[in-house]
Design a protein around this ligand. Sequence first.
Ligand code: UD1
Length: 420
Amino acid sequence: MAKYLVQRSEPLKGEVNISGSKNAVLPIMAGTLLTDEPCELSEVPALRDVYVMCDLLSDLGFEIEKNYEENKVKVIPGKSIKTETPYEHVNKMRASFLVMGPLLARKGKAKVHMPGGCSIGARPIELHLKGFQLLGAKITEEQGYIEATTDGLVGDSIYLDFPSVGATENIMMAGSLAKGVTVIENAAQEPEIVDLANFLNRMGAKIKGAGTDTIKIEGVEKLNGCKHSIIPDRIETGTFMVAAAMTKGEVLIKNAVPDHVKPIIAKLKECGAKVDITDEGIFVNGSENPLVATDIKTLPYPGFPTDMQSQFMAMLLKTEGESNVIETVFENRYMHVGELNRMGANIKTDGNKATIRGDKGLTGAEVIATDLRGGAALVLAGLVAEGTTEIGEIYHIERGYEKFVEKFRNIGATIIRVEN
Ligand code: UD1
């Protein structure tokens, strides 16, 4: 099993180039199932979740031409497409469930293993299924598999009880090939939803309102192949912004979209970091002022992203005073807290609230990445802890960050990846 060894590092300095967004590319790759023509994707991040999605599409009968060096993937439909995805894929990656909407719309049936709960919470899928049912699908559940069938989807009005990202994406893809108009109300508004809608519209779909809480999809009969470039990853952007601030560094983050990280910019400024938007990128300077405590509450976009909660918490350990974090999106997203406390942090949790007593000295320890973003938080903490932090189970981190170690080393971090 590989590990990261992280040493206390000098303030980070230099430039980082942000990769394409993991959470945008996964639904877009699922969306290629909607056409019988090839799709060419660029700015595809080379990371484990993308490899899993490539394997899944190959299993379903697609040919995949990968050029990870150049961040390109071409998806070429095969003659016959399977409609069943084995447990193996859904087990490795929950986002595999995003093939259900496209398969149902294109082939009239889809059988996908029920995604289990995962470490950050139960993560049910009833909103996806409610959407498919309203579009006219019949849903059955047997031996852990969800099967959806239809003689032809018909558009309807769907109100989501919660603005679920995955449900919005799955229903938007299914609605693209349904008869008539589908309206999703209380839709998720994340930038990744907009990127998916742009991709689908490029394929010939008629989607309006993506990025707002009401999305209108006028179904079309057929979608064509297209070329599409994936948007930059806002969570990778935020991770490096926080890293710069907490190490009192000066880092220029290139190829980032400032509008997508507004809450992170606002909260970093509140803590005393300098953040400047220039033509070249986002410049974060943590060297001028001591960082002070602040409170955050995670919310659906455009609120503070749950996927930045653990990394931001690592930074709050280096601020003066007491901070509170409230996690409202997932019910169990504090697993990294135990690991941070093993490094000398003083974090107490009570339900969905965490209280962080800042400016405690951190000491390197043997810890494990409990999930993707929690793992990133341990790397950040390791950069400011005395001695060596040894992080195990780093496959979680490598699910979602491209060239993580290399990018950190390029800006002066002392981190290496070792194979045990
Ligand atoms: C996506 C992101 C993930 C991010 C999350 C929230 C991808 C591949 N993953 O996950 O990184 O943390 O958005 O920003 O894009 N829920 C239900 N019923 C449902 C669906 C969801 O109760 O049918 C709940 C979930 O349990 C969770 C909350 O809604 O508590 C948010 O989930 P959702 O927005 O669906 O997240 P994902 O699409 O799984």
